[in-house]
Design a protein around this ligand. Structure first.
Ligand code: HEM
Ligand SMILES: *[C@@H]1O[C@H](CO)[C@@H](O)[C@H](O)[C@H]1NC(C)=O
Length: 477
């Protein structure tokens, strides 16, 4: 009898404590409310709105209506968008451990699931150190003459005034630079095979993820398998040579963790494809915007030209190539690069996922919700950049306020390729403005998203190489 009573008592106790705990949990939810905003239709959410209008307009009108933090529903996921520097810092820097990277599975499979940007914690840190090391100033300065050579031959291939798609052409250049940073020198047959197969992967990246034969996604997955094979061969050859190179492949091959374990060939391949992917379209689209902005602002072009012609004149006289230290002193061109990155905001926003219920400024961000820091909204806010729609490199004579300028992101996943990207852009500017004149074809304004913003139709344009005599004449005028 007593036994049963004790049993009933214990049962009641567990029940009560369960209810109390539920209550407490509920209370936590109740004290913090969800951010304002509309969720749209179930599942489809506001995806249609996002895709049927300029995303710039979508985010800007939301922010106007709800403020710097608001909820929405896109691509089947509830989501909190954040449009203030403090909120971006909270998610990406100070509380980064509460927000993990999140990408659609189809994209993860295509690039390779071991690529660093899908990861968090120890594995991410290990790979990040290796990638950062291979892209540090000390290493990339030695790439200057090679990047310079690649820029020259890319531009030379545009000569003659036929219409080219500037973005597509610049993608070839940023791919070459990616290859240089990853492999140093690579035999030309490997380079060709990688280039051709990678371009098939690239085409599948934004297509509908289906495995039906003949569809771009399926073709991309097949090309991705061939890339692994080619990389396997390159890795094998490198291992035989036992070189201690400081390029990315060398860093990845030489890495041992605290237990002495090396990276597997698949981990190395995924990270190489990951870096190629992170490096190509981003840098090419930034450079396309630079070509457009310089074209649209003749006075600025004159200033940049004067700066670059002075460098070229000196180098011509002393018969030497463009040097690393010269790229560090191109103050005018550097500001053009920064202002182009602000205006274009290539990475307009990023995605994370809350790994726990998180409170921010009295609002609840529930576990499992997506979180999007909106870089573009911050870069285009009159609060941080006066007259934000105006292209004005001189605004960078003063450093932007902390956390307001994040073209390369921020915190544990910030872009390790940012110095290489800037170097590449400056070198391209040098050769472009000193040796070429160009005209943009058609008067289309507007932006295309693929998914990075690019000028409409990739900026069709004609380029002519100016003879050096014409250059000298122009200089002495
Ligand atoms: C103008 C050109 C570029 C822009 C605007 C850019 C921008 C960014 C941004 C915003 C992120 C952070 C994304 C996030 O937090 O979700 C990022 C990450 C990354 N970028 Fe770049 N990037 C550029 C060029 C490059 C280049 C040239 C390379 C390599 C050669 C590169 C390699 C990477 C890698 C590996 C990551 C992932 C880092 C991590 O997860 O720890 N990027 N980039
Ligand atoms: C892709 O890679 C394979 C090697 O695996 C190579 O034979 C082929 O020529 C490459 N190019 C294309 C377009 O598939």
């Amino acid at each position: 009898m007593g036994g049963i009573l004790v049993y009933v008592f214990l049962l009641l106790l567990t029940l009560v404590s369960y209810i109390v705990r539920r209550r407490e949990k509920k209370d936590a939810h109740q004290t913090f409310k969800l951010p304002p905003g509309s969720m749209g239709w179930p599942y489809i959410g506001e995806t249609l709105q996002l895709y049927s209008q300029d995303p710039k307009v979508f985010f800007a009108s939301k922010q106007k209506r709800y403020g710097e933090i608001f909820k929405t529903h896109i691509l089947g996921c509830p989501c909190v968008m954040l449009a203030s520097p403090e909120a971006a810092r909270f998610v990406l820097v100070t509380q980064a451990h509460l927000f993990k990277p999140t990408y659609p599975k189809s994209k993860e499979h295509l690039i390779g699931p071991s690529a660093l940007f899908f990861h968090q914690g120890d594995y991410h840190m290990r790979l990040r150190k290796l990638v950062q090391g291979s892209l540090s100033l000390d290493v990339i300065r030695n790439l200057t003459p090679h990047i310079s050579g690649a820029a020259s031959s890319t531009l030379d291939s545009w000569d003659g005034g036929r219409v080219i798609n500037t973005f597509q052409e610049l993608k070839k250049f940023s791919f070459e630079v990616g290859i240089l940073a990853i492999f140093g020198h690579l035999e030309s047959h490997y380079r060709e095979e990688l280039k051709k197969n990678y371009s098939i992967v690239d085409k599948g990246y934004n297509s509908f993820p289906t495995n039906i034969p003949g569809f771009p996604y399926r073709k991309a997955m097949e090309a991705r398998k061939r890339l692994s094979k080619i990389l396997g061969q390159i890795i094998c050859e490198r291992k035989e040579k036992r070189l201690l190179e400081r390029d990315l492949l060398g860093c990845l091959l030489n890495s041992k963790d605290e237990k002495g374990e090396v990276l597997t060939d698949d981990q190395i391949a995924d990270n190489i494809i990951g870096v190629l992917f992170a490096a190509q379209d981003t840098t090419a689209s930034a450079m396309t915007w630079i070509v457009k902005y310089l074209h649209d602002h003749p006075k600025l072009l004159e200033d940049v030209k004067a700066e670059q012609e002075a460098i070229l004149k000196l180098n011509d006289e002393e018969n030497r190539p463009l040097s690393w230290s010269q790229t560090r002193s191109m103050t005018h061109s550097q500001k053009v690069v920064l202002e182009s990155l602000r205006m274009a905001s290539i990475i307009s926003f990023t995605f994370r996922e809350a790994v726990a219920d998180v409170e921010y400024k009295g609002y609840l961000i529930p576990k499992g919700w997506k979180v999007m820091p909106l870089f573009r909204n911050i870069h285009h806010s009159p609060e941080y950049f006066s007259d934000p729609q105006k292209f004005d490199p001189s605004r960078f004579e003063v450093a932007p306020k902390p956390n307001t300028f994040m073209p390369f992101g921020s915190g544990v996943h910030a872009c390790p390729g940012n110095e290489l990207a800037k170097l590449e852009m400056l070198i391209m500017i040098h050769h472009l403005v000193t040796k070429f004149r160009w005209e943009v074809v058609g008067s289309q304004t507007g932006t295309q998203y693929g998914p990075f913003p690019v000028p409409m139709h990739g900026l069709p344009a004609r380029f002519w190489k100016e003879s050096s005599t014409a250059r000298v004449a122009a200089l002495s005028n």
